[in-house]
Design a protein around this ligand. Structure first.
Ligand code: ZN
Ligand code: ZN
Length: 195
């Protein structure tokens, strides 16, 4: 049996459930989990996550069915602005009974770490909650579907300012020369309207 180095933040005493196959228990747990982050999405360290679940004692162990909720901070991939997003993920996982109960009947070499009742009859939900949230993090967040993004020429946020660039890319020096000539001609025309 592996040692659990870190104490689970989301753990429920399930001793009475394990002793009564068919028994149910509803739990709502709330805790802060570390390291919930991808390059464009994260749950900031001060924000707790919530798991609202029904626990059911079955022959193989405990069936956990419910929802995981968190306020995720996302970064728009177009304009890089950060914004909050309420995430709710459905979960349904089978946790194997604690070692003494099931190991002899169903030895499993591939038993997933974090999906088993602890030796002291507590059910640790940290790994399930973490996996559910990270898998549900959007990989291409947008602050709004039509986000205009940043100007590729000057970096201005086109949602809030009009820098005047048309977004056609780096300015070709030949076109710049023509544009300068046209502007000079227009100014000359304004200066001498009677010509
Ligand atoms: Zn955006
Ligand atoms: Zn610009």
């Amino acid at each position: 049996m592996s040692k659990h180095v870190t104490e689970p933040a989301l753990a429920v005493d399930v001793r009475e459930l394990l002793q009564q196959p068919g028994a149910h228990k509803h739990v709502v747990l709330r805790a802060v989990l570390p390291d919930l982050a991808t390059p464009v999405a994260s749950v900031p360290p001060e924000r707790p996550v919530t798991v609202d679940a029904e626990l059911e004692s079955v022959v193989e162990g405990l069936l956990v069915t419910g929802k995981v909720r968190a306020t995720v901070r996302l970064r728009c991939v177009r304009c890089l602005r950060e914004f909050d997003h309420e995430l709710e993920v459905d979960v349904r996982e089978l946790f194997t009974g604690s070692g003494s109960r099931s190991a002899s009947l169903h030895p499993r070499e591939d038993e997933d770490e974090g999906y088993a009742v602890l030796a002291d009859d507590r059910l640790p939900l940290d790994t399930m909650v973490r996996d559910a949230l990270v898998l549900a993090f959007p990989s291409f967040p947008l602050c709004r579907p039509d986000c205009a993004g940043l100007c590729p020429q000057c970096g201005a946020d086109r949602n809030t300012s009009d820098c005047g660039h048309d977004g056609s890319g780096a300015t070709d020096p030949r076109w710049a020369a023509l544009a300068g000539l046209r502007q000079a001609l227009e100014e000359e025309h304004v200066a001498r309207p009677e010509a």
